[in-house]
Design a protein around this ligand. Structure first.
Ligand code: 4AD
Ligand code: MG
Length: 442
């Protein structure tokens, strides 16, 4: 009979029919002279195929190698108990052909790349590494999570915007700016789209974006990239408590959406078997209590002294605290001096801001958010404190002139969120082609 062309993901529903499938040779095992087992991969799934008798004796069959592209024709049937294969079925080939034969043998891909490989080799050869089961599962899970984020915001009445990446303002500190030549003028790759989101509130209402942000991070850590996917949202007429509740909903709802689908739930548990959904409400802890926590638990600076109120809590003590507490933490109300120029001060305590960092076990900070200054003069004082020339910020300042209101928002690092959810060692595993100091290829 005529073969129906299918993708591997359709193979369960195509059992019993004659099909045509094309893909890459993912695994290859020869048994005796008359049997070859091929696990075929097409990006939509894995399918075990069996070549028997004469089909194994051709030159193409004898020289077939991993990663070659082939087309196979035959009927898929369920395997008897005791035999295992993906989806518990197998395609018995009646015809097959090679599209392109990969080198096989001593080739770097087949020999050099495995779980023992040096990370630098894995990043250099990432275009081949992504063909692996783990790397491709992470990318599939990432796609599902991006959809869940969008569905969450869509169902909550947010409008998605697409802000520019080339900008002439700095927001999160001058030390991590990537500078570029913009027709002879100085410009930067954006660190955050927050300021643009704020300008959309009066025209579009609550807004969000998923855009690339750029940080010239000079440190090699497990959680810093030079280019990362930044999910940001901004809301008007809210309080700081509303902001915290929004974050709790976002995290729980997105994860619930991902787990609600059979295929994506499998991906999450394949990568992170012991994952448990965090319990609401999340722990809310003020910065000043974190400083006290570090003292109480004897977490010190390298020079042996304690962190004092007003000092930034760096990555290592933050991680130590988060891993000890071992559940999500909303770390709130940071001192004005260690936070960005736009953050609103607390009415109860003028020294601190209505700000929050969401800390996750195993990763640390995955979200930074705050309420924003609503008063024009306060904002001008903020620029001044940070040594920022207000001139190119005129459009941002204008928001405090034409109908100002309480508003706030946040930014979530997509790769950090994934590193937490999928329990990856580093954010570099959670994007397609990671960019970090020393690597801009492939
Ligand atoms: O805390 P950040 O710097 O906050 C902002 O940019 C705000 N303007 C966001 C807003 O309110 N709209 O960055 C937000 C998040 C961090 O919590 C972290 O998850 C991620 O962005 N992030 C990075 N992820 C990977 N590599 C880096 N170098 C990152 N820098 C920040
Ligand atoms: Mg931050």
């Amino acid at each position: 009979p005529q073969a129906i062309k299918i993708k591997i993901r359709q193979s369960v529903t195509s059992r019993g029919k004659r099909v045509k499938v094309s893909g890459w040779v993912h695994r290859l095992r020869t048994q005796g002279k008359d049997m070859k087992f091929i696990v075929l991969r097409d990006g939509s799934g894995y399918l075990q195929c069996l070549l028997t008798g004469k089909l194994c004796h051709t030159y193409d069959a004898l020289t077939l190698s991993l990663e070659s592209t082939i087309t196979i024709y035959g009927v898929i049937s369920e395997l008897p108990a005791g035999k295992t294969a993906p989806d518990n079925h197998e395609l018995l080939a009646d015809y097959w052909e090679v599209i392109h034969n990969a080198p096989g043998g001593d080739d770097a891909f087949t020999n050099k790349l495995n779980s023992e490989s040096d990370p630098s080799v894995l990043y250099e050869q990432r275009h081949l590494v992504i063909r692996g089961e783990t790397a491709s599962a992470v990318l599939k899970a990432r796609s599902a999570i991006m959809k869940a984020f969008r569905d969450h915001f869509d169902d909550n009445g947010f409008t998605e915007i697409n802000p520019p990446c080339m900008v002439q303002t700095q927001v999160e500190g001058g030390s991590t700016l990537f500078e570029m030549n913009y027709y002879g003028e100085k410009a930067y790759l954006t660190q955050t789209s927050q300021l643009y989101l704020e300008t959309c509130l009066p025209s579009l209402g609550d807004v969000y974006c998923i855009s690339e942000s750029y940080r010239a991070e000079k440190s090699h850590t497990r959680r810093h990239l030079s280019e990362y996917s930044h999910l940001e949202a901004e809301m008007a007429f809210i309080t700081f408590d509303d902001l915290l509740n929004t974050l709790e909903n976002l995290i729980c709802d997105t994860v619930e959406r991902v787990l609600a689908h059979e295929t994506t739930r499998k991906l999450v548990y394949q990568l992170h078997p012991e994952f448990v959904l965090p319990q609401r409400p999340f722990l809310r802890m003020d910065y000043k209590d974190a400083i006290q926590y570090l003292k109480d638990h004897n977490i010190k600076k390298e020079d042996g002294s304690f962190y004092e109120f007003g000092e930034d809590i760096p990555e290592s003590p933050e991680r130590a605290m988060t891993d000890q507490i071992n559940k999500p933490i909303f770390l709130c109300r940071f001192p004005t001096e260690i936070k960005a120029f736009y953050m609103k001060r607390c009415a109860e305590d003028n020294r601190v801001t209505e700000s929050v960092d969401v800390l996750m076990p195993g990763v640390g900070e995955i979200i930074g958010g705050s309420m924003r200054i609503t008063d024009m003069n306060e904002l001008l004082a903020g620029y001044k404190r940070e040594g920022i020339d207000p001139t190119p910020y005129y459009w941002y300042t204008d928001q405090r002139k034409y109908g100002t209101t309480e508003h706030g928002g946040f930014g979530l690092g997509v790769e950090r969120f994934l590193a937490w959810l999928l329990k990856r060692d580093t954010v570099k595993e959670c994007c397609l082609y990671p960019r970090f100091m020393g690597r801009c290829l492939p």
